[in-house]
Design a protein around this ligand. Structure first.
Ligand code: ADP
Length: 256
């Protein structure tokens, strides 16, 4: 971010390096319930990002000293696979992933009804399989669907989305070159139903006016991404309903 360069990120038609308009998202695909062993899961492709989220719990928190007698604790782990970036990444937690894990945990604390599950833990694993800028936002979007798939009671889903500034233009959802050579990146996590912002970070510099414009863009985009999340969950429920119907039919056949 903010690296000085001569790379033009907006062309004479006002379009971006990958042909997008300033307020255009990269293509997003969401699938819920992709893993058998987790209580809930989701897979998100967002531009060239590929992200898997898995949820366990609520289950008894271990070690016990972590337990809170009044509510569940949320433990998110954001992890980048060694093969997710162009140079093999050193495996294991680093400063960046520890920080991202912490802010994502905090974002979900404001929507999950933790007080229903004292002494327990809700564990959220976000695995970045392929990274191309915007992984924390894609990870949050995936994790929210995985939590809903796990049946964890929440006030609403959470959408992660970023906006920023490149070539003095406010743009939505920065791609890798824009992230490298742009002027600012503002990742947000939004509760779509209320418009509450549960995470806001800023890397780089922008004026107050530009910041508000970026936030407005992200708010608008969040409504669209929210529909994609709900659609993924609807498709998941349809599959579950079909599986249950077939199970009942096979039991009935056994009785006959
Ligand atoms: P985000 O992925 O949420 O935008 P950053 O702004 O920190 O987070 O990173 C932007 C992008 O830089 C990542 O999506 C990834 O493509 C790349 N990146 C991040 N960390 C590393 C790393 N350790 N090695 C190589 N590339 C990385």
């Amino acid at each position: 971010m903010g690296m000085k360069s001569d790379i033009k990120l907006i062309d004479e038609n006002g379009l971006r390096i990958d042909g997008r308009k300033p307020d255009e998202l990269r293509p997003i695909k969401i699938e819920a319930g992709v893993l058998k062993r987790a209580d809930g899961s989701a897979y998100v492709e967002w531009g060239k990002n590929k992200i898997l989220a898995a949820v366990y719990g609520p289950r008894e928190a271990h070690p016990r000293h972590l337990q809170d007698s009044t509510k569940a604790i949320i433990q998110c782990r954001y992890n980048m696979a060694p093969f997710s970036v162009s140079d093999r990444k050193r495996p294991g937690p680093d400063r960046r992933s520890v920080e991202i894990s912490k802010i994502i945990s905090e974002a979900f604390e404001s929507v999950i009804m933790t007080e229903l599950f004292p002494r327990s833990s809700i564990d959220v694993f976000i695995e970045v399989l392929q990274a191309n800028a915007g992984t924390r936002c894609a990870g949050i979007t995936a994790a929210a669907v995985a939590l809903a798939d796990a049946g964890v009671p929440m006030k609403d889903l959470v959408v992660g989305v970023a906006a920023g500034k490149v070539d003095d233009t406010v743009v939505l959802d920065l791609g890798k070159e824009e992230d490298n050579y742009g002027q600012a990146d503002v990742p947000m996590a939004i509760v779509p139903r209320t418009g509450d912002i549960v995470l806001l970070q800023m890397d780089g510099d922008m004026t107050e006016e530009e910041l508000f414009k970026a936030m407005d863009m992200s708010m608008e985009a969040a409504k669209y991404i929210y529909e994609l999340q709900k659609d993924a969950l609807r498709r998941r429920y349809a599959v579950i309903a079909q599986e249950e119907k077939e199970e009942i039919e096979s039991i009935e056949e056994g009785i006959e």
